[in-house]
Design a protein around this ligand. Structure first.
Ligand SMILES: Nc1ncnc2c1ncn2[C@@H]1O[C@H](COP(=O)(O)OP(=O)(O)OP(=O)(O)O)[C@@H](O)[C@H]1O
Ligand SMILES: [Mg+2]
Length: 242
């Protein structure tokens, strides 16, 4: 039963299947590249600000030392993000027990300049220690993305609140702001890749990546928001099993 028509079809199917596999591989590689670029932008921007500060304070050794230590940390964060997105860290290391408060402080330092420039009121409702097994670079990305979104939404002198809690069997990480909020018609879309209301300033990947990372930790991320004038704001709550 070697019908030439069937043989020809089988041959064409094999070629089409191979082409599909290659294009899927390229799409995945493209997605990964986008993710790395997205999350590395924040520490890079922070680095640029720090080098600028260093140049204008060049005569003050104490300030130069302080800024270069901060720059060092931002470089380590950028590397960590690249490694974890490319799967290097994941292949060799399992989640480590990390004090998430330290991670929150590092995430805030990524956005320190914006917080100061916008005169944001920072409310930190954090116990001394909230330990959970996490992939450090990935969870730092999530916190940085949520803080970034909150800062984008806040008016000058608005409030950013970080509240972390230990509960039986899980930890809760809450990032809240009293910014402009999310209108009802967008609530179902904000976690979709490429959904953004920021036109050329946003790619719409922050929340999609964050949700994927949280789900890889077997956790959940939920959002409540109101866009009512005078009472607007958003709360993002992450729960991770410990
Ligand atoms: N805290 C918040 N307050 C108000 N709107 C928010 C908040 N967080 C997210 N959003 C809305 O959800 C959309 C999607 O957020 P997401 O972080 O995925 O992408 P983005 O911030 O637009 O772009 P990117 O994060 O890629 O720079 C935002 O464009 C914004 O409309
Ligand atoms: Mg964002």
């Amino acid at each position: 039963m070697h019908d030439p028509i069937i043989l020809d079809l089988q041959h064409k199917l094999a070629i089409a299947t191979e082409a599909l596999r290659k294009s899927e591989e390229r799409a995945t590689a493209g997605q990964l590249a986008l993710e790395v670029m997205h999350d590395i932008r924040n520490p890079l921007e922070s680095l640029r600000n720090l080098t600028y500060l260093t140049s204008i304070e060049a005569d003050n050794p104490d300030k130069v030392r302080k800024y270069s230590a901060l720059a060092d940390e931002q470089m380590a964060i950028a590397l960590d993000i690249a490694d974890s997105t490319l799967g290097f860290a994941r292949a060799s290391i399992s989640p480590r027990s990390v004090n998430l408060i330290k991670l929150a402080e590092a995430a805030l330092r990524i956005h320190q300049q914006t917080i100061e420039a916008k005169q944001v009121r920072l409310v930190k409702d954090l116990p001394n220690e909230v330990v959970a097994p996490v992939y450090t670079g990935e969870m730092l990305q999530v916190l940085s993305n949520l803080i970034h979104n909150a800062l984008d939404a806040l008016p000058p002198a608005g409030t950013l609140c970080l509240r972390f809690r230990k509960r039986r069997g899980e930890v809760h990480l809450i990032v809240a702001d009293n910014g402009h909020g999310i209108p009802d018609e967008h609530v179902d879309s904000v976690f979709q890749p490429f959904f953004t209301t920021k036109e050329d300033r946003g790619t719409g990947l922050g929340l999609a990546i964050s949700r994927r990372i949280v789900e890889r930790h077997r956790g959940t991320i939920r959002m409540r928001s109101s866009a009512r004038p005078g009472r607007s704001g958003s709360i993002f709550k992450i729960s991770i099993p410990v």
